[in-house]
Ligand binder design. Structure first.
Ligand SMILES: [Ca+2]
Ligand SMILES: [Ca+2]
Ligand SMILES: [Ca+2]
Length: 265
């Protein structure tokens, strides 16, 4: 009986290990389309941490320290850690940083940024774009969720009709968001983008709960994979690795353990 338990535990451990493997969704158009800014340029301007456009496609890209006594910023997170979020009070949204067909963070397409709890109905966090009054660097009021909920974000581009989401159930299963952990950063330099707007004093936001952080999420809501169609700030939230569905082989192994257990009883 004891041996059987160990076999089953090993199978579970193997599954857990797979969930923590680093994975990266590549920004294909690293320089942005046409004259648009690339993810690296945008990140560098906002954070003050240098990040070349062609260096964004790795875990830890954009890591570094800024300011006197500031902590180390972790930078880009693995793409198995930006789909499902938890422990949710999302304290802010952050609108009006999005690039359409011209190099301007005012973009040319309206977007709705939403969240779901446990894959339930979508709750709108904010809307941004030419048809909305959201300003660059604007902070939106908090939305508080139960701490046990799984939280998923989506960015709906009203023009293309594409909903970009952190959920792997996207069209063709494609990842449509890349994420940077900027926990510890003190200021988001919105005006450094060169289009005006309001800088954000991150230290003025609600204090982070235990294990929570501050993140910049870059969405691809079109089809060119430049991943800067809308950029949002999510504060006071925890990212958790996705738990992959158990493979048939693993289920078989667990099942085998169960059979052995019954025989030994
Ligand atoms: Ca991702
Ligand atoms: Ca795009
Ligand atoms: Ca774009």
């Amino acid at each position: 009986m004891t041996k059987t338990i160990i076999i089953a535990a090993a199978a579970v451990a193997a599954l857990a290990g797979a969930a923590h493997a680093n994975s990266i969704t590549n920004v294909a158009l690293t320089g942005g389309a046409g004259s648009e800014m690339g993810v690296g340029q945008i990140y560098s301007a906002l954070t003050g941490i240098s990040l070349a456009n062609n260096a964004v496609n790795q875990v830890g890209a954009g890591s570094g320290s800024v300011g006197i006594g500031a902590g180390t910023i972790a930078g880009r997170v693995s793409d198995d850690r930006d789909m499902v979020w938890r422990d949710g009070s999302i304290d802010v949204g952050f609108a009006a940083l999005y690039w359409g067909n011209s190099n301007t963070p005012d973009g040319n397409a309206n977007h709705t940024i939403s969240v779901t709890q446990d894959n339930g109905a979508a709750t709108t966090l904010f809307q941004a774009g030419p048809g909305h009054s959201a300003q660059r660097g604007e902070i939106f009021s908090s939305s508080v969720f139960p701490t046990t909920a799984d939280i998923r974000f989506s960015a709906h581009n009203h023009t293309s009709g594409v909903t970009a989401s952190t959920d792997p159930l996207n069209n063709n299963g494609r990842d449509r968001v890349i994420t940077f952990d900027i926990t510890g950063l003190e200021t988001l330099n919105v005006s450094a983008l060169g289009f005006g707007g309001q800088n954000i004093d991150l230290t003025s936001l609600p204090a982070l709960g235990a294990g929570k952080g501050t993140f910049l999420m870059f969405f691809e809501t079109g089809s060119d994979d430049d991943f800067q169609d809308i950029v949002i700030l999510a504060h006071n939230i925890k990212n958790v690795p996705i738990v992959p569905a158990p493979s048939a082989a693993a289920l078989g192994l667990l099942g085998l353990g169960g059979i052995v257990a019954r025989r030994r009883r």
